[in-house]
Design a protein around this ligand. Sequence first.
Ligand SMILES: [Zn+2]
Length: 463
Amino acid sequence: MSKKAKAESEMMLKLVSLAKRRGFIFPSSEIYGGFANTWDYGPLGVELKNNIKRMWWQRFVHGRGDMVGLDASILMNPKVWAASGHLANFTDPLVDCKKCKKRFRADHLLAAQGIKPDLGTMKESPKELKICPECGGELTSVRKFNLMFKTFVGPLEDESAVAYLRPETAQAMFVDFKNVIDSTRTGFPFGIAQVGKAFRNEITPGNFTFRTREFEQMEIEYFVREQDWQKYFEHWLNEMKEWVEALGLKAEDVFYHEIEAEDLAHYSKRTVDIEFNFPFGRDELYGLAYRTDYDLNQHAKFSGQDLQYTDPETNEKFVPHVIEPTWGVDRSVLAVLVAAYHEEAAPTADGKTETRIVMKFPKKLAPYQVAVLPLSKKDELKELSQPLAQALRQHFSVHYDETQSIGRRYRRQDEIGTPYCLTIDFESLNDQAVTIRDRDTMKQERVKIDEVVNYLKAKFDGN
Ligand SMILES: [Zn+2]
């Protein structure tokens, strides 16, 4: 392993360990030995994740006059997936080893040998795909494996009862397009936004929460006139750049990868993958695609419904074209964890230095915004600190902790990224003031209890 690769895998181990130790992300079903590639967001993880989703909704739905929201069901009429092309085309090319029974992505095996695969036209396996890379056994020919999770609706497990867990949130925005324009007074152009889970039966998941079979998306379908698509593509590219900044990701760790014309999905005319420098390598974080009028036309054809938009002034009818920005929620959380992780030298009480781990989340995203830390468990301090914590809970997410030394409690708050720690000491009983410590600078200020709410509100303003 190279030095760089070693440092990268160490970084992931540290992050996975901190995530578990502090309650951000746990392996799912752990008391039963876990369940492959499933993860649970713990008490702090769910706060971080909800803060990200809330910031997104605030920014792109409430923060704009041209967006409405949707929360559609995960189970949809299977005809949706026939119309969208997922039933026929949402497949991975797989080969199996006849000897060791391992299963591989055919395109990955070819890419590892420097061959650009053209599996769509492949009649039989190319000669480079005959031998198992692990044991040298013989490989089967390429088979197409659909990535949608299949299930049965109702008591009968037959073909008529087959349904699929949605493999993307996008299709509901097209399927509900007519209901949305008939029920709301949207202007034009306008968008529909949705946050929700999607499912893909990936053969090679991995890298912690980066690629999981169950994941959450934040997605917008933005409907425009065909002649305006380039203008709005640029608009959304810019919006996504600003979003990445708001998450606290450094510009030098984010890449805008223009997909080559020959690699575009058949319905897309332009796609940009937004990639991030994860510790395991640069990989996809978000995507922006121009989907043309493909989806609405497909659903009009398969449903027999008119999915045109009528201009209220000119009565002109047309099928809108679509710009689709997509954000992975789990990947956002992972990128924010990676970007926030810092190790730095910090002075101890006895004049030495130690390494402190500090999660420098953007203040608004931190799971807890404020920690209330009475110096001792004595009742006289409780009488001051508990009502103060309760008053602060009306404005902020608050963590109350009265055990262990204050130094250890600060370290703990650093590790969970709490921007401000309030310490109540015996002097507080006399001066009715508390010490407020800043996570990043470790500077402390004495603030009157009456002024604490306004002091903190000012600190969170614009952050
Ligand atoms: Zn094998």
